[in-house]
Design a binder for this molecule. Structure first.
Ligand code: FAD
Ligand code: FES
Length: 352
């Protein structure tokens, strides 16, 4: 199919993939091309596994695939026309041929996953766990605030994406905020036993949701654990010289006061901020009971857009958290006249 057109019917049979290097493997009806390649023992490159990073892309030279998402955010129109696809987001409608030149050139040793140990697990709201880990060796090139890693608990939880919840200190100490979903494998693993001392695997830093250059006034909208990349970016800004610290507003969405956890993590950053350019915090609660002690805003971000954006009309805008919230905000901000090229978004999509 053409990416972006009406989805084709769900595949109902296994189909064969023939790589140009002579390797063959089968893709089952519910599998993505990437899942099948990994299950077949191939060292297929991958990063996010949800269609964001482009690491798994390949060129289909014959046959029909079913795209699970629009590839156009990651693959240029010219490359799409030549059959480039994201292996993590396509299933097969029949046998296909794939150009495999350079596909398996391999990761450099620097890009390999790093083993790590859980050093702390703490519940910070009824639905969010703080997970601290220590890498066996620090990431060779560090990471930029806003990036994420794939975390895997070998033998227990397959790889999932989580944003670094703090700037890179280069000492191998990392923090993540993990939202608990009913039936969520990582959430359950974290909560059903004491996990301090357990081993896990952390990927190289991934993603392009990072501070724009040059630094300008910045407006951050975070929902729930979407605070993680914002915290990392703010810590990064706080470590810059005072002259380079822009005016910043952070708007945080939570369901009620029990789920507000940003202050505890953001206040130490504010203390390091330059005098005269304070960070402005606003929280918006969607399900705070009435009556209650809450004096702040109620509802959703988009119910209060003029209040939340005043003074930041020319700012760089960073949106992160659940996909529904990010998409809705993007739409409302564009309608309000915000410049599309100044909006950056990080959608916390479920893992496959
Ligand atoms: C780039 C990126 C960065 C991310 N950063 C974070 C982060 O910092 N913190 C964080 O908590 N999450 C983050 N996520 C989302 C996280 O990777 C997924 O939610 C992941 O599936 C959770 O794993 P789990 O093992 O807890 O649940 P799973 O076992 O994967 O899922 C269990 C159940 O919960 C549902 N579910 C899982 N995730 C979601 C979701 N996001 N929305 C709706 N339903 C869901 C599933 O459909 C399933 O029914 C990020 C995702 C991406 C793509
Ligand atoms: S692994 Fe497929 S796009 Fe990231």
């Amino acid at each position: 199919m053409t990416s972006g057109s009406k989805p084709d019917p769900l595949p109902t049979a296994s189909h064969r993939v023939s790589l140009s290097n002579g390797t063959d493997f089968d893709v089952g009806p519910g599998q993505t091309l990437l899942q099948a390649a990994l299950a077949a023992g191939l060292d297929w490159p991958n990063g996010c596994r949800v269609g964001l990073c482009g690491s798994c892309r390949c060129r289909v030279t014959g046959g029909k695939i079913r795209a699970l998402t629009d590839f156009a955010d990651v693959i240029s129109p010219q490359d799409l026309a030549q059959g480039h696809v994201l292996a993590c987001r396509c299933q097969l409608q029949g046998p296909i041929s794939v150009q495999s030149d350079h596909l398996f050139d391999g990761l450099t040793p620097d890009e390999a996953d790093i083993d790590a140990t859980v050093t702390r697990v703490k519940r910070i709201t009824p639905l969010v766990m703080q997970l601290d880990v220590l890498l066996d060796r620090p990431q060779p090139r560090g990471y930029s605030g806003g990036q994420y890693a794939r975390l895997e608990i070998p033998g227990a939880v397959p790889a999932r994406c989580f944003s670094f919840a703090g700037a890179c200190r280069g000492d191998g100490r990392l923090r993540f905020f993990v939202r608990i979903f009913p039936g969520g494998r990582l959430g359950e693993w974290l909560t059903d036993a004491d996990r301090v001392g357990e081993r896990l695997r952390v990927s190289r830093p991934l993603g392009h949701f990072v501070l724009r250059d040059p630094i300008r006034p910045a407006l951050f909208f975070a929902g729930g654990t979407g605070l993680a990349p914002v915290l990392a970016m703010l810590e990064e800004l706080a470590s810059r010289p005072a002259m380079e610290q822009p005016p910043v507003r952070v708007v945080f969405a939570a369901r009620d006061q029990q789920h507000l956890f940003h202050r505890h993590f953001l206040e130490p950053v504010v203390d390091r901020w330059a005098f005269g350019t304070p960070i402005d915090f606003i929280s918006v609660l969607s399900r705070e009971p009435r009556p209650s002690s809450w004096k702040g805003l109620r509802g959703y971000f988009y119910d209060h857009l003029p209040t939340l954006t005043t003074g930041f009309e020319q700012a760089d805008v960073y949106l992160c958290g659940p996909p529904g919230l990010v998409d809705a905000m993007q739409l409302y901000l564009l309608k309000q006249g915000f410049d599309k090229t100044r909006l950056s978004a990080d959608r916390f999509l479920p893992s496959f």
